[in-house]
Design a protein around this ligand. Structure first.
Ligand code: PLP
Length: 426
């Protein structure tokens, strides 16, 4: 069977397939560069495995207290070497990215200290961690204050404002690499490096933490190489490679990591307890695959940007921009458009492809939200997924794809679904 016929059997019209083929033929050079980055990062990962002598025994986990868990301890050395930190905490007991960030913050700040975000509002879920929105157990409840300096109108850093905001209590600065679900560009590692140099020039002992979610392996360098003291992320995003079923990581200066370890477990026990159960094989294998999986997701995002841009929809980043994370926003302009897009992504999934996503009242949001995900790991956003709030301007946030052919098919299916709903013409 020809591939065109197979696409037809998978309910893609010839006109949609032709349109997508044409878009892709213009992206060859771009994709080659992404493959080169993936190759570079694959070698970095291998080097970290080999120099830390990862053995077959490392793949088996521990139970109970988890003392002398060689697989867990070696994995943390691999993360430290790979991301260029002195130490790392990589654990299934870290339940998600928000938890990893909360541990990193609450363990490195003390009552009376101030936290500064020099890049505007942090990710939604951090608002309650910090106490921007009052919440039980927030940093605010423990006497840690928060200050924020917004980006300038041109999305540049407000250097003057940052200088004015730093005071004798400023202990830690949090820099979010990815735009998340905001309308601003994501930062390159170079830009983050410049910001950190500026901040350390004002007050050298400030701890600079980078929320690295969605940014891992997109570039050749990671933020610790640009002067950050600590990077934090989720294993059900890029570095888990789609295989890690849970977990988060913190990598950086030894003291920062020790602080984090005693907060995650208890004072006195720190990183020496914490059984890895049966997850280590997936952590190692996921990390091994992560550079190539991230490349697939990046190609999917760039393909989506170019296809939807050609179809007349505003996209962020645009079709040509350099990428610093794997998220793609497309403004569909109507609720019907948003729903049709998500239905297409869902119908392309390996799991639950027969399910129809519906808008629902998700806790913490002020409008209905629709989500499409047919993932092997629940909520995993390195797998092909899309979501968006049902309100103006009706933007969908699209990310992931463990393989490029799947990301491609998902986007084709979204276009087909919009076409079937009479919302676009190809
Ligand atoms: C996903 C994400 C988080 C939070 O991670 P969860 O695993 O969803 O808790 C924090 N910051 C950014 C930028 C993210 O993309």
């Amino acid at each position: 069977m020809e591939i065109e016929e197979l696409y037809r059997e998978l309910d893609i019209d010839g006109s949609v397939a032709d349109f997508c083929k044409k878009i892709l033929s213009d992206l060859k050079e771009r994709f080659e560069k992404i493959d080169e980055t993936a190759e570079y990062n694959q070698l970095k990962v291998l080097k970290a495995f080999q120099s830390n002598r990862v053995s077959e025994a490392c793949l088996y986990g521990s139970t109970g207290y988890g003392y002398n868990d060689i697989g867990r301890d070696t994995l943390e050395k691999v993360y430290a070497a790979l991301f260029k930190g002195e130490a790392a905490l990589v654990r299934p007991q870290i339940t998600c990215g928000t938890h990893a960030l909360a541990i990193a913050l609450s363990s490195n700040l003390r009552p009376g200290d101030e936290l500064l975000s020099p890049v505007g509002k942090p990710y939604d879920t951090l608002e309650e961690v910090i106490g921007i929105r009052d919440s039980k157990g927030s940093l605010k409840e423990y006497g840690i204050t928060y200050r924020q300096v917004d980006l300038k109108e041109d999305n540049g850093f407000d250097l003057k404002g940052i200088k004015e905001a730093i005071n004798e209590r400023t202990k830690l600065v949090t820099i979010q690499r990815s735009k998340g679900y905001q309308v601003r560009p994501s930062f390159s590692v170079d830009e983050i490096g410049e910001l950190i140099r500026y901040i350390k020039g004002i007050k050298p002992d400030i701890i600079c933490m980078v929320d690295n979610c969605y940014g891992e392996f997109v570039e050749r360098r990671e933020p610790l190489e640009a002067g950050a003291d600590m990077i934090v992320g989720s294993l059900i995003k890029n570095p888990g490679g789609g295989l890690a079923p849970i977990g988060g990581y913190i990598v950086g200066k030894k003291e920062c990591i020790e602080n984090a370890a005693v907060r995650l477990t208890t004072p006195g026990l720190g990183s020496e307890v914490g059984a890895s159960l049966d997850v280590l094989r997936s952590f190692y294998q996921g990390l091994f695959l992560a550079p190539v999986v991230t490349a697939a997701a990046l190609k999917g995002a760039i393909f989506a940007a170019n296809a939807y841009e050609r179809l007349g929809f505003p996209v962020l980043p645009d079709g040509r921009e350099e990428r610093h994370d794997i998220i793609q926003a497309v403004t569909l302009g109507s609720g019907e458009g948003l729903i049709a897009f998500c239905k297409g992504i869902q119908a392309a999934a390996p799991i639950d492809s027969f399910v129809t996503p519906e808008p629902w009242d998700m806790p913490g949001y002020d409008s209905k939200v629709i989500m499409a995900a047919g993932a092997f790991i629940s909520g995993s956003s390195i797998e092909l997924s899309a979501d968006g709030p049902l309100k103006e301007p009706y933007s969908v946030y699209f990310q992931g794809g463990l393989t490029f052919p799947h990301a491609k098919y998902g986007i084709m299916k979204s276009i087909q679904s919009m076409k079937d709903a009479g919302l676009l013409d190809v």
